[in-house]
Design a binder for this molecule. Sequence first.
Ligand code: SDX
Length: 426
Amino acid sequence: MTDKATLTIGDKSYDLPILKGSTGPDVVDVRKFYGDSDHFTFDPGFTSTASCESKITYIDGDAGILLHRGYPIDQLAEKSSFLEVCHLLLNGELPTAEEATKFEHNITYHTMLHAQFDSFFQGFRRDAHPMAIMTGAVGALSAFYADSLNVDDPKQREISAHRLIAKMPTIAARAFQYSVGRPFVTPRNELSYSENFLRMCFSVPAEDWVPNPVLTRAMDRIFILHADHEQNASTSTVRLAGSSGAHPFACIAAGIACLWGPSHGGANQEALEMLEEIGTVENIPAYVQGVKDKKYKLMGFGHRVYKNFDPRAKVMQKTCYEVLEQLGINDPLLQVAMELEKVALSDPYFIERKLYPNIDFYSGITLRAMGFPTNMFTVLFALARTVGWISQWKEMFEDPARKIGRPRQLYTGATQRDYTPLEKRG
Ligand code: SDX
């Protein structure tokens, strides 16, 4: 195997080192190429560009493989817990029993918010989209924790990570309760992470809240499935924001803003609204024709990396069936989703374009069955993805090669020209 690439421009040749990973594609190191050749490389959307070196998550889009620190996502979803996966993503290994107890204690005892923080929600209209509230609220957290400003201090990075993982459920539940006019619910330390979140979302002061172990397990598994996903758009946003040394809470707020987009984390809400628009199995052929006519995209289908099935979608589909069965719900939208998946997977238009269901296709039906309104779906995605964002942010600070991100451009605008006075403009 060669360890360099040679690029020839005119009568000059440039040797570019090839760097090898533990698995997956090797990379051509172009860091010195501009300095040597006065040429930039060009890759809008960065789909052929490795922005960093990472040990956290590996994706093989053709084989439908997703590994977190080497562990396959389906094994983690079946056998692990979200807090255990948080420890794995942050620290590189599954925790020992002692480490698990200590980590769970650290997270549990950071779930509360400053009392002053609750008044922050009052500034929003009741009909504000919960993602707008999350973007604002998480950014505002940086005003409450000035003690974790030194991002070069590993201990302060660790406390910021613990605070974010712990407080996201409390903030997300407050965004939900505020939007439906219910009183805020304080976290309880005797409950597990997912139980605590479901109680903060669905309990009312008028009666005791009884946990449902099947729904708790489903919530925990949904969080695992959404925890991290390599250098996706929102993770790259967090890394770029963090590269300037910005406050970690502000960087996570930037990630939330990016995730909200319908092409990214907003797709779970769009996918359910698409199923509601289709309404019945009989309407599927006409809707699919509209996709082929490029009137709209099939939400919950396709992926920038997976050109085969999304391994998370299979676990999400299984979880969907379990939740609907547990709740005794016969959701007609599930029939529409299953038939739409069957039609798309057998249609040359989708096969040629390698479009398969992604994680967002079945998550909406599941979350709706659990009692969440569609505008909360991406909030749950952001809650889960926080550990991925902050793990990648932490890894960036542990990289001695770290520097502020600063992409360049291919400039095609006006070349230099002199100012034209108003009276001389045509
Ligand atoms: C997430 O990056 C991540 O890892 C993201 C994520 C994570 O965990 O962080 O996995 C979460 O964002 C999942 C994706 C959620 N988005 C959606 O479900 C929205 C619908 N999907 C599309 O918008 C689209 O598939 C993207 C944005 C996800 C990917 O877009 P690409 O990379 O531009 O797709 P492509 O280049 O492979 O498209 C090839 C062709 C094009 O058609 P032609 O111009 O060749 O005729 O497929 C078409 C596209 O127009 N196409 C679709 C389609 N997705 C791509 N056509 C219909 N429906 C779709 N969903």
